[in-house]
Write a protein that binds this ligand. Structure first.
Ligand SMILES: [Zn+2]
Ligand SMILES: [Zn+2]
Length: 338
């Protein structure tokens, strides 16, 4: 099979993914072999390539927003049948027995495995996964439109929940890429009387236009002050400054959820009175659970979410990653594979 593999930590500008021919994986006990049709391009890949969240071994096939069809069943697998369309997300395996798993927090599992980081992912024609970590995909979505739902959508949904947003309140979104453009659609659906304020870098005119088109009540730059204090905020950016800015704009008792696996620049010094006092809360969002995916995918179809995507061929994965790093991806990048 064709695959784009990462052989070592590198900078994204060096176009580090190499097209290679590998043997197809074989579905082991309880697994399904999936013929990949589309795989989303996520910001986490930049962190993996550049070593901030390095893969556990090399070479590694990245990619954790996978859509494909079941090609073969491993011994004991029976949840799906051949030809079924499935999705695979960031959580690839969790132990089921640690204190976190036992209380439904498998996103924090001590020994969890992550797709495209510990186990080969979707930048390839085939991948294998435990059937319990694959999800049926609603018919409403084409393969390429469904791909970004698996991470940008699922983790965005988790971040929105953790932000404590409620109807009638205000929500600030810092950064408007793959995840935020889905979250605004969920927020507008679940909280019709809420207001959503979107913050981007000043030059990101396309991101601002998309936010307006998707119903943002106000759009401004990262360091702007919105028309009302924020009851909830989500920071989707890879940098530190928006953390301080979001805390500054929070309402009393407001909460900021940070939806990022790593930050590439430090969080600026915080002033206790200005940024934290009045019972403001700060919470990071780490990984996803299967339950997040199982709740979000049917909701995405019901809304229905309209993902804005930019398509690439598998061989163009390096170019897609460079565009993403430069903040020039419009909506979500997706590799069309087979
Ligand atoms: Zn992701
Ligand atoms: Zn566990």
């Amino acid at each position: 099979m064709k695959a784009m593999v990462l052989n070592r930590i590198s900078s994204v500008e060096e176009k580090p993914l190499a097209l290679v021919d590998l043997p197809e994986p074989v579905a082991q006990k309880g697994e399904v072999l999936v013929r990949v049709s589309a795989c989303g391009v996520c910001h986490t890949e930049l962190d993996e390539i550049e070593g901030r969240a390095a893969p556990s071994r090399f070479p590694m096939i990245l990619g954790h927003e996978i859509i494909g069809r079941v090609e073969a069943l491993g011994p004991g697998a029976g949840k799906f049948k051949r030809g079924d369309r499935v999705g695979i997300a960031w959580i690839n395996w969790a132990c089921g027995g640690c204190p976190f798993c036992l209380r439904g927090e498998e996103n924090l599992c001590d020994t969890a495995k992550w797709t495209g980081k510990d186990v080969h992912g979707g930048y390839a024609e085939y991948t294998a996964v435990a059937e319990d970590f694959a999800y049926p995909i609603p018919d409403e979505f084409t393969d390429t439109k469904a791909a970004p739902l698996l991470c940008a959508g699922v983790i965005g949904y988790r971040a929105l929940r953790l932000s404590g947003m409620q109807d009638g309140r205000t929500l600030g979104l810092y950064g408007f890429g793959a995840s935020a453009h889905i979250v605004i659609q969920v927020a507008k659906y679940k909280y019709p009387n809420g207001r959503v304020f979107v913050f981007t870098r000043p030059h990101q005119k396309e991101h601002q236009a998309l936010a307006t088109a998707l119903g943002a009540d106000w759009v401004g730059a990262t360091e702007d002050t919105p028309p009302a204090k924020l009851d909830s905020a989500i920071d989707f950016t890879p940098v530190g400054v928006p953390v301080r800015e979001a805390l500054r704009n929070l309402q009393k008792r407001g909460r900021l959820a940070i939806n990022a696996i790593r930050k590439t620049t430090p969080i600026p010094e915080l002033d206790y009175t200005e940024h934290l006092w009045y019972e403001k809360e700060l919470k990071s969002v780490a990984n996803v659970t299967r339950r997040d995916a199982e709740e979000f995918l049917p909701l995405a179809a019901q809304i229905p979410i309209v993902p804005e995507i930019q398509e690439f061929r598998l061989e163009q994965a390096n170019q897609a990653l460079i565009l993403l790093k430069e903040g020039k991806m419009h909506g979500a990048g997706v590799l069309r594979i087979t």
